[in-house]
Design a protein around this ligand. Sequence first.
Ligand SMILES: [Cu+2]
Length: 219
Amino acid sequence: MKLTDNVTLLVTVLMVVAAGIGVGFMITGSLGQSHSASSSSVYDLNLVITTDNYYNNSTGTQPAYFVLGPSGLTSSANITIPAFTLIDLTIFNYDNGNGNFSPQYANVTGTVGGTETYFNNTMMNATDPFNTININGSVTAKSVPIPLVAHTFTILSSTGSVLVNIPVPVSSVVHASFYINQTGTFNWQCEVDCGSGPTGWGGAMSTPGWMMGSFKVIL
Ligand SMILES: [Cu+2]
């Protein structure tokens, strides 16, 4: 082996070692990153809206929000979340009807990016490609067209200002994330007149666990 070959070999070995260390750093770095990402907490809040729940004999049926947890559907009368934590909210809405509301509630308020993402049934088909479930994307938006809004999930401060507002389109799955960077007991309310009585604000709209309730933010 000539001297130049030895130098070439040495350089090659050094490059391979350096590359190996580099890859090692990349792997360590990415593991470190994913580790820190997984240790920063995210709180899952899953809500389900169903219709035709039996309210009482005179009112008949009403829509309601439920919390979907590890043991199934539970009451939405008292929802508790951690403060200063990313809340990962998904709302599964089985209601295909819309309603009347103050137009400001068509806007998304207080979420990460100021947006929500929703899927509805017009995006799902089995035609192209044929005979499979095609999920054709989703809509990410800062507001929902007024005729499409079935309910809202609105968190109100103690003075009545809007902390978070999520308009929920008819027959949809909605995803949004938000932080509440304070503690306290707030109220949540649907702002669409989906209840009973002449104004539509009776029944579900004024009964905890149906279309309103308390929203507690704790450390
Ligand atoms: Cu409602």
